[in-house]
Design a binder for this molecule. Structure first.
Ligand code: KIV
Ligand code: ZN
Length: 511
């Protein structure tokens, strides 16, 4: 049997640090559910001291996850941060505090203004304080890949003696070459007393496009845990992509003496979900989950694959969930069929919720020959978005064409039960509809991005729109899905405005 490599997902923490990738609480819970389907060993759910939103995210993920996996919260090496993490983790059944500080010369000198001795004292104090609050404590040595090796070993040993149950070695800036990173992990394994009694973790960034290679080098050198995100989401060039590192381990398990417990068939779905919630799309040639990852267009390649798939394909697309978009339901499918399919897709809803989702499903199915899994997921996501809305779309009438002036009549309801109707004209139907929304909602903002994408193939596919707005000095992402793209566009814009309004309300409440 090969070594089990633990997979720690940090999409909700390090992934969300990507500029403009904010997910909102409801988005984070949808992703957390998907992480459970993937079977990750740990979810890093946020940095509780950084904002009330992150605090709530750790609490809610802890509640959701139960004993299915470990839930982690990030802290700086400060008692106030550790207290906040311990409070936020009180809902988790397997909580872990992830504390640490910068250990390279550059971090000590320029950021922390600390001597090496002060740093060691801080490691000892923070880890033992965290251990007094939580049985599981992972220590991170930020910028470990650029730190002096001997000092790094002293830091790790101090953390272990103070009670750390796991030690995380990040290449925070994605600077290393894989062979140097591997050598560093080997060095720590031979120079740090007690290192084999704790979980040795690697956490790599992709600044030179090598995050996956670095993580695998770490595994080959003896690391037992990889920290990663879906789609490699994260600051700058991102983190290690879970789908890449797990598939590499799956294909090279014997050489690496390694396996993971991840259900790889969930990868494409997880990828789509994270793209849809964050609005951060992956490129078509992204390994494992890109639209072209299994597409063969050259004649020679097509011929080879038709004769024998393995000629040009190292992975069977089905093993990562890149099947051909299975046909599932039609307008004649009943309530039970939808419930059954939702359960197979991993959703469990109460009866009233299924009734409401069924109504939406029928509205889509009446307009299409067949409804695919991706579209069912899109309907569920749209339902979840609208359940937490301040303004909801009630009616939209659009008249457009050439050479007509686009005209829109739009009705929104608000969460106090009032209905608002306005009529507008515009340069195009979307412009007229957005103007109508602005007249009702009245929230000053800049629309900085608007993207429309079909969820499946075919002209009758659901169109998913993602927008980004800047309001109140923040960026808010919104999504909307419907077979009619003017409706999707209004829903996406409303979703972003609703998020901005909810954020404004919670700031007003906090003040
Ligand atoms: O990249 C990094 O060093 C981190 C730590 C906070 C774990 O994200
Ligand atoms: Zn990081």
């Amino acid at each position: 049997m090969t070594r089990k490599i633990r997979i720690l997902d940090t999409t909700l923490r390090d992934g969300e640090q990507a500029p403009g990738a904010s997910m909102g609480l409801e988005g984070k819970l949808v992703i957390a559910r998907e992480l459970l389907r993937l079977g990750v060993d740990a979810i890093e759910a946020g940095f509780p001291m950084s904002s009330p939103g992150d605090f709530e995210s750790v609490r809610s993920v802890g509640e959701l996850v139960g004993d299915a996996c470990m839930v982690m919260a990030l802290t700086r090496a400060l008692e106030s941060d550790i207290d906040a993490a311990a409070d936020a983790l009180s809902t988790a059944q397997i909580p872990c505090i992830h504390t640490g500080l910068g250990v390279s010369e550059s971090h000590l000198r320029n950021k922390l203004h600390m001597s090496r001795e002060d740093c060691l004292a801080r490691v000892e104090a923070s880890v033992s304080y965290a251990r007094s609050k939580c049985d599981l404590v992972q220590f991170y040595a930020e910028d470990a890949a650029r730190a002096d090796k001997e000092f790094l070993a002293r830091v790790c040993e101090t953390a272990i003696k103070a009670g750390a149950t796991a030690v995380n070695i990040p290449d925070t800036t994605g600077y290393s070459l894989p062979q140097d990173f591997a050598e560093r992990i080997r060095y720590l394994r031979t120079h740090v007393e007690g290192i084999d009694d704790v979980v040795l973790s690697v956490h790599c960034h992709n600044d030179l496009g090598m995050a996956t290679a670095l993580s695998l080098a770490g595994v080959a050198a003896g690391a037992m845990q990889v920290e990663c995100t879906i789609n490699g989401l994260g600051e700058r060039a991102g983190n290690t992509a879970m789908e890449e590192v797990v598939m590499a381990i799956a294909l090279h398990g014997e050489e690496l003496d390694a396996h993971t417990d991840i259900d790889t068939r969930e990868f494409v779905r997880a990828s789509r979900l994270v793209q849809s919630i964050t609005g951060m799309k992956v490129q078509a040639n992204k390994a494992i989950v890109g639209a072209n990852a299994f597409a063969h267009s050259s004649g020679i390649h097509q011929d080879g694959v038709l004769k024998e798939r393995e000629t040009y394909e190292i992975i069977d697309p089905e093993t990562v969930g890149a099947g051909s978009g299975r046909l599932v339901l039609t307008a004649r499918s009943g309530h039970a069929a939808l419930r059954n399919r939702l359960e197979e897709l991993g959703y469990s809803f109460d009866r009233d919720t299924i009734d409401e989702i069924y109504e939406r499903f029928l509205a889509v199915a009446d307009r299409k020959r067949a409804v695919y899994d991706e579209e069912i997921e899109s309907i569920v996501n749209e339902y979840e978005r609208q359940s937490a809305a301040v303004y909801t779309l009630e009616a939209l009438q659009v008249s457009t064409g050439f050479p007509l002036t686009p005209t829109v009549t739009l009705t929104l309801s608000d969460d106090e039960g009032s209905r608002h109707t306005v009529a507008t004209v515009g340069d195009g139907p979307i412009n007229a509809a957005y103007d109508a929304v602005n007249q009702i909602v009245g929230l000053e903002n800049d629309l900085t991005e608007y993207v429309v994408q079909a969820v499946t193939r075919g002209t009758d596919a659901i169109g998913e729109v993602t927008v980004r707005i800047a309001a109140d000095d923040r960026v808010f992402v919104g999504h909307g899905a419907d077979p009619d793209i003017v409706v999707s566009s209004v829903r996406a814009y409303l979703n972003a405005l609703n998020r901005a309004l909810i954020a404004r309300r919670s700031t007003e409440y906090a003040n």
